[in-house]
Design a protein around this ligand. Structure first.
Ligand SMILES: [Zn+2]
Length: 134
């Protein structure tokens, strides 16, 4: 695994958003591998889900960040989500909150919020860059 870079996606289970998020991460982070954490309506789950659900996502992230030294985390919400059928604006509000939450957990890793739109294209909602520590 030496020299191979990982990034992590927290994405919906929805089959329509797997390739767009995977491709975005491979292109934009130049990672070799993408660890996929899936949850129905992950933006909703992280903000409004039960403590058990939030904890389960955090545990999966921990494995990716600690064992794979993932260098980048994306959290993605999407159009027409069966588990979180809200407006694009409402998705973006949740996604921003998710980015804050996840970067509180893993302050050394850059976190980006993504929205997969009605053309199944990825839009960047917000990002949290890590302050560089020499
Ligand atoms: Zn969904």
């Amino acid at each position: 695994m030496i020299g191979k870079k990982f990034a992590t996606a927290i994405n919906c289970i929805d089959g329509r958003v797997q390739f767009p998020v995977l491709e975005w991460l491979l292109n934009d982070t130049h990672a070799d591998y993408i660890d996929m954490i899936t949850e129905p309506g992950p933006d909703h789950a992280l903000i409004n889900g039960s403590p058990e659900t939030v904890e389960a996502i955090k545990r999966k992230l921990q494995i990716s960040v600690e064992s794979h030294q993932s260098g980048f985390i994306a959290i993605a919400g999407h159009y027409d989500c069966a588990a979180n059928n809200i407006s694009k604006d409402a998705h973006c509000q949740q996604i921003k909150q998710c980015v804050e939450l996840v970067s509180d957990w893993f302050s050394a890793v850059p976190v980006v919020g993504l929205y997969v739109n009605d053309e199944w294209k990825v839009e960047v909602v917000c990002s949290k860059v890590v302050d560089h520590v020499a």
